[in-house]
Design a protein around this ligand. Structure first.
Ligand code: HEC
Length: 197
């Protein structure tokens, strides 16, 4: 339910943004206009990264099941984010409060933003993307990442959606893994994208 709600909110937001862009912006407040532009850009970058990762993940799962896909995530999550980072002139990260790879843990600022998403989430309110200007003038974009049913193969409940033999492969690569026990629709983490100047 929550996933659907969020997705429809994103779609509405995207439609609004697209609609707004067609209007002349001369009368609009400058900072609002900028925020809209950056939210649109952030959604585009997150969407493209998500699409590339999901397509490859599905292919890896079809080819060799979860163990093969785990190896894939292990070696490919960074190169994909890196190459897309170059294309979009941004730093693309997926961060979380319960990390699989400790490198994806949140910094202090991200923790504060995630707290806001989580509060909205718990209250079943829309958790829409947030943009802010960093001290160096660059723009940070944050948006929630939710769990789909496919994801529970590797992030789900042990012995239920997550098979013990598959989890053994994961634990072997990620001995400090905390990223399990999720169900479909859960808030899994967030995109943290910094758009460079
Ligand atoms: C085949 C197993 C597998 C599936 C399916 C999978 N993941 Fe992951 N996930 C991983 C692995 C392995 C990592 C660690 C990647 C790395 O080293 O950065 C990871 C990392 C992540 C991270 C980064 C934060 C962290 O914990 O390190 C997020 C966010 C995430 N996954 C979300 C998802 C979502 C959402 C889905 C479904 C669309 C999904 N995953 C499906 C295996 C999987």
């Amino acid at each position: 339910m929550k996933t659907k709600l969020l997705l429809s909110i994103f779609t509405i937001l995207l439609l609004l943004i697209t609609a707004c862009n067609k209007k002349p912006t001369s009368t609009a407040d400058q900072s609002t206009t900028n925020n809209t532009v950056f939210i649109e850009k952030g959604l585009e970058i997150a969407g493209a990264t998500q699409a590339t990762m999901s397509a490859q993940l599905k292919q890896a799962m079809e080819t060799g099941g979860v163990p093969n896909a785990v190896q894939y995530c292990n070696v490919a999550a960074y190169p994909i984010a890196d190459s897309l980072s170059k294309i979009h002139h941004a730093t693309i990260r997926r961060v979380t409060d319960k990390s699989r790879n400790p490198a994806n843990a949140m910094n202090e600022r991200e923790q504060l933003i995630f707290k806001q998403f989580k509060e909205k989430w718990n209250a079943e309110q829309p958790a829409t993307p947030i943009v802010e200007q960093l001290e160096n003038g660059e723009i940070a974009f944050y948006a929630p990442i939710t769990l789909q049913s496919l994801c529970t193969n590797c992030h789900g409940k042990l012995g239920e959606t997550l098979q013990p033999e598959n989890y053994a492969v994961i634990q072997n690569l990620y001995p400090q893994d905390k990223a399990i026990d999720y169900v479909e629709g859960d808030l899994r983490g967030m995109w943290s994208i910094v758009m460079k100047k």
